[in-house]
Write a protein that binds this ligand. Structure first.
Ligand SMILES: NC(=O)c1ccc[n+]([C@@H]2O[C@H](COP(=O)([O-])OP(=O)(O)OC[C@H]3O[C@@H](n4cnc5c(N)ncnc54)[C@H](OP(=O)(O)O)[C@@H]3O)[C@@H](O)[C@H]2O)c1
Length: 357
């Protein structure tokens, strides 16, 4: 099989991430032979226009994966739990965007520029990290490699597109209602999101954290191969349409200056440093939207940590692109480039162990 013959499926193709995936596949000229856009039975038979091309939607049923080489899933955890093994059994390699498989020790959880080698051991399912984890892992990797990391505290400011198309419509509706002087009806979120900040993303766990916060904790440990990393997160939904922002405080093992940290961040592929406070230059959600890079700025010494071992910074990235679709397509590109599209056991490779928390 040559790369030009790859049959690619996008599951959840009608959703905000699925549509971005199709767009990114086209933009990056991924070697697609046949593209199958799949969604629920509700959408089957409908057509979808993306970048001037019209596609017919099929229903995501097990036999839709016959002949598929790579399946990009973004249809939620229940669908991924049910359908990813069906797709993998038919020889496809699934790159799943949901939380279903991320912490499975047998499934690689990969950020393209952080731990691409972990892809080698996949057995038909690869997990794409949560969007908040995705933009945090590369700067943490750079600090881990240069000065070691002892502790991380991160607070997120997450856009409504991270919830999905319904939440985007809810924010728009509440802004219109506000302007019209009408009540702001909330159904996706427990409170109005317009002109608000909601410290509740996903459900609450017994430890007082939300699932979203705990995903950042456990996924960072797995991706960075630091199972004992001390890390805490507060995740907040804000009335931004696209791009997540994060305030990050890191206690390093060895001292690090802001100048050195900027150099380290700027050397990571796909990371751009925007840091000129005097000129009001720092990463912004509105400017990151539609871009594939991760933007880092406001890099400064954290005086609450002794011996010059504290560094604070601000990270912004488009949650639909690098936070979901772009990383998924980058993983597909790596699988093709390294000839790892087929599962490790099917290639005769030895599947290595976990490496995660
Ligand atoms: N948004 C983000 O920033 C982001 C980032 C990382 C990961 N993710 C993950 O990506 C997934 C999708 O998110 P989204 O934001 O794109 O949500 P969305 O806009 O609500 O879209 C959901 C998609 O799932 C499909 N779907 C629903 N039920 C289905 C079924 N029974 N069988 C097949 N397809 C079904 C929908 O198809 P219909 O149109 O037919 O209902 C739609 O295409 C979620 O797992 C989410 O956690 C999202």
């Amino acid at each position: 099989m040559t790369p030009s013959h790859l049959t690619v499926a996008v599951v959840g193709a009608t959703g905000v991430v699925g549509r971005t995936m199709t767009q990114v596949l086209t933009e990056r000229e991924f070697p697609v032979g046949e593209l199958r856009l799949l969604a629920s039975g509700r959408s089957a038979g409908r057509t979808l226009s993306i970048d001037g091309r019209t596609y017919e939607i099929g229903e995501a049923l097990p036999d839709a994966f016959d002949g598929v080489a790579i399946a990009l899933f973004s249809a939620g955890a229940d669908i991924a739990k049910a359908l990813a093994p069906e797709a993998a059994a038919r020889g496809a390699t699934v790159i799943d965007n949901s939380s279903a498989w991320r912490m499975d020790p047998g499934v690689p959880l990969v950020v393209s520029q952080v731990n691409p080698d972990d892809l080698a051991r996949h057995e038909g399912i690869v997990a794409n990290p949560n969007c908040s984890t995705m933009q945090l892992a590369p700067p943490l990797m750079a600090l881990r490699d240069a000065v070691g990391i002892e502790r991380v505290v991160v607070d997120t400011y997450q856009s409504v597109s991270g919830t999905g198309g319904d939440a985007v419509a809810e924010l728009e509706g509440q802004i219109r209602a506000h302007v019209a002087g009408e009540p702001k009806a909330a159904s996706v979120y427990p409170h109005p999101i317009a002109f608000n900040a909601l410290p509740e993303i996903d459900t609450f766990l017994d430890n007082g954290y939300t699932k979203e916060e705990w995903k950042v904790v456990t996924e960072c440990r797995k991706i960075l191969h630091l199972p004992d990393l001390r890390i805490s997160c507060t995740a907040v939904r804000v009335p931004v349409f696209v791009s997540h922002s994060e305030a990050v405080h890191v206690e390093t093992r060895d001292p690090v200056t802001p100048e050195r940290a900027r150099e380290l961040f700027g050397a990571i592929p796909g990371v751009v440093v925007q840091d000129d406070p005097a000129g009001h230059v720092y990463p912004l959600a509105t400017e990151a939207a539609g871009r594939d890079e991760i933007f880092v700025g406001r890099v400064r010494h954290d005086p609450s940590v002794p011996d010059g071992r504290g560094i604070a910074f601000w990270v912004v990235s488009d949650n639909l692109r690098k936070g979901a679709a772009t990383n998924a397509v980058e993983l597909a590109e790596l699988l093709v480039a390294r000839d790892w599209v087929r599962a490790a056991s099917r290639r005769g490779a030895v599947a290595a162990g976990g490496g995660g928390a």
